[in-house]
Design a binder for this molecule. Structure first.
Ligand code: SF4
Ligand code: SF4
Length: 276
């Protein structure tokens, strides 16, 4: 089973839920940190890095001797990653999505492809968790291909937890796609409700079953709970606004280890997901 953990904005507790859920599972579990622009699951899960893979995407390379400057490639590329002004095109590899379209469309067969590094994937063993973390290189804008490469470490057997990037844009879709269930983490505040509504629309569009985790219950108001009740969305876990949790977080400790009384909450969360 693959459970994605997502939220409409950063800082709502997505990482907290992901790492604590993984640790409380007890048996072997894969945790895929797909927040590749800012992976931070490793801050809570020290271990031995067993493997580092370099991830590349194919980007165009133009043979000047064949190119006549027709500009077909430039007109084709929706991402403005290859631009021609009547001469050999200029390339902007950091904007290239590696679709290969310009090479196919070039009437002079002047374009072939070369590998361009976008980031790395690190695999770390930490207790019952195999943490697979994508890390986008500085200056690279292509998160989805790296996220898809991290997702290839998902397996059909056992449990995989996917820590998604925040928001509702392409990287999040890439991280969530193929999951069996999505946990939407939010806070009981007007901002939390606003972003929750966006993520609910997104997962409904993707037709993946989902439920909500409300973090820091006690701050804000009850509008998130009212919304969930009206929409028939199950609230699967409520994490109280407990100062001890914030203190453990600031020390890089897991809630389920610093405050063992919370371990059962996270274990029950998995049980409730399986029953839905
Ligand atoms: S489509 Fe081919 S021939 Fe035309 S400008 Fe691009 S690389 Fe040159
Ligand atoms: S491979 Fe695709 S995205 Fe990259 S430059 Fe060519 S057309 Fe544009």
């Amino acid at each position: 089973m693959t459970v994605a953990v997502a939220s409409g904005k950063g800082g709502t507790g997505k990482t907290t839920v992901s790492v604590n859920l993984a640790r409380s599972f007890g048996s072997e579990v894969r945790l895929l940190d797909c927040d590749v622009e800012e992976p931070n699951d490793h801050l809570f899960l020290s271990g031995i890095t067993r493997q580092i893979e370099i991830v590349t995407i194919p980007v165009p390379h133009v043979d000047e001797s064949l190119c006549d400057g027709c500009g077909e490639c430039s007109r084709f590329c929706a991402y403005h990653a290859i631009v021609s002004f009547g001469a050999k095109p200029l390339l902007f590899p950091e904007m290239c999505h590696g679709c290969g379209g310009c090479a196919k469309i070039c009437p002079k067969n002047a374009i072939d492809e070369v590998a361009n590094r976008i980031g790395v994937i690190e695999t770390t063993l930490t207790g019952n968790i195999t943490l697979v973390q994508g890390r986008l290189d500085v200056g690279m804008a292509m998160a989805p291909p790296l996220i898809r490469a991290v997702k290839k470490h998902d397996r059909q057997n056992g449990l995989t937890i996917v820590d998604c990037p925040p928001g509702t844009s392409c990287p999040v879709i890439a991280a969530i796609r193929g999951s069996n269930f999505v946990l939407l983490v939010t806070e009981p505040t007007p901002f939390g409700l606003h972003d929750l509504k966006l993520t609910v629309d997104m997962v409904r569009e993707l037709r993946i079953p989902f439920g909500v985790v409300v973090n820091r219950v006690g701050i804000g108001d009850d509008r998130v709970h009212v919304f969930c009740e009206q929409e028939g969305i199950p609230v699967l876990l409520e994490i109280p606004d407990d100062r001890r949790i914030a203190e453990a977080y600031s020390r890089g400790e897991l809630i389920v280890e610093a405050l063992p009384e919370y371990r059962m909450f996270f274990k029950n969360l998995l049980g409730r997901i399986v029953k839905l």
